[in-house]
Design a protein around this ligand. Structure first.
Ligand SMILES: Nc1ncnc2c1ncn2[C@@H]1O[C@H](COP(=O)(O)OP(=O)(O)O)[C@@H](O)[C@H]1O
Ligand SMILES: [Mg+2]
Length: 308
């Protein structure tokens, strides 16, 4: 078993819409992975297939194997894969305390219930994880009263209590300010250094840590390309993926994209060749008149000099 997920010929519907159509993809186990693509490309759908929150259409010539197996007990799978998404964050509301969010990770539930008992070891593990993520002092606070950055760290703690080998993060830094984002990045990098595999969906290329080196590009429910970051983070690949000209720059293992101003300005310039034909005629006539007039003036000037 070398793949986190091996999908072949997979078709997935959401409501009446076919989102993934005969989709094939293999995500390697030993690499940290970023999945990129425009809004609506199917990234969250793909992660939900991986987390068994969405099921593909059954067909004899297609399969989805997660960690080498086609059938999974969902609770068992969640011990192998931790998942954090905006969706999950929105499901916590009302009077749930920070510590309860973390403990709910042991049962993969949203919040905790009176019948769920917690061993002292479980409580000690939660405390240790919260200390690592610098949220221990907030554990008695209400989740709904925390900042988005603090909530995101509690969800990270929740996903870590089952000690999964892989963490699946769907836009983990959306809505965070720069300080909270960079703190989250530092935590992610530490987890990767400690041996956790990360699968990250993001729009923010500058938030892809250097340790993430396998990239999957998705557009319209199809794989555009996948492979090493250095091969895929090029002006051409990313401009093509997002359908807008951009330039890739890199520094210290991080990448960033900026708009390709030269190209954009050129496209916006009122070019002679973008105007209708009758206008092209008048442009042409004016230009040739100017040229003839300038030549005549020059020759007139030369003749005057010779005469003298
Ligand atoms: N519950 C749903 N019912 C129907 N269509 C949906 C649902 N959720 C998402 N979609 C559609 O599926 C497509 C892919 O969505 P998603 O996987 O969330 O994209 P991404 O995460 O790449 O932005 C989008 O066109 C979206 O409108
Ligand atoms: Mg999404």
């Amino acid at each position: 078993m070398n793949d986190l997920i091996d999908m072949y010929n997979t078709t997935v519907y959401r409501g009446k819409s076919k989102i993934l159509n005969r989709f094939s993809l293999q995500l390697p186990l030993k690499r940290n992975i970023a999945i990129l693509g425009p809004n609506g490309a199917g990234k969250t759908t793909l992660l939900k297939v991986l987390m068994r929150e969405l099921y593909p259409v059954r067909s004899p010539d297609s399969w989805v194997r997660i960690l080498g197996k086609e059938t999974w007990n969902v609770w068992e799978l969640r011990k192998n894969l931790g998942f954090i998404s905006q969706d999950l964050q929105n499901r916590y509301f009302g009077y749930v305390k920070g510590i309860e969010v973390v403990l709910s990770g042991f049962h993969s539930s949203v919040g905790i219930y009176s019948h769920q008992e917690y061993e002292p070891e479980a409580i000690e593990l939660s405390r240790r994880i919260m200390a690592d993520l610098q949220i221990e002092s907030l554990q008695e606070n209400l989740f709904s009263h925390m900042s988005t950055g603090e909530q995101r760290r509690f969800l990270l703690a929740r996903s870590l209590v089952s000690e999964p080998a892989t963490l699946v993060l769907d836009e983990p830094t959306s809505g965070l300010d720069l300080t909270a984002t960079f703190l989250y990045l530092r935590l992610m990098r530490k987890l990767m250094r400690d041996g956790k595999q990360i699968v990250l969906v993001t729009h923010h290329i500058h938030e892809i840590p250097p340790e993430v080196d396998y990239i999957v590009l998705i557009k319209n429910g199809k794989i555009v390309n996948s492979g090493d970051k250095s091969d895929l983070f090029t002006n051409e690949q990313l401009s093509d993926l997002y359908g807008t000209k951009m330039k890739v720059i890199s520094d210290n293992g991080y990448y960033q994209v900026i708009p390709d101003e030269w190209w954009t300005e050129l496209q916006q310039m009122p070019s002679m060749f973008q105007t209708p034909r009758n206008q092209q005629f008048w442009y042409g006539l004016t230009l040739s008149n100017v040229v003839i007039w300038r030549c005549a003036a020059w020759w007139g000037h030369r003749i005057k000099i010779w005469r003298n």
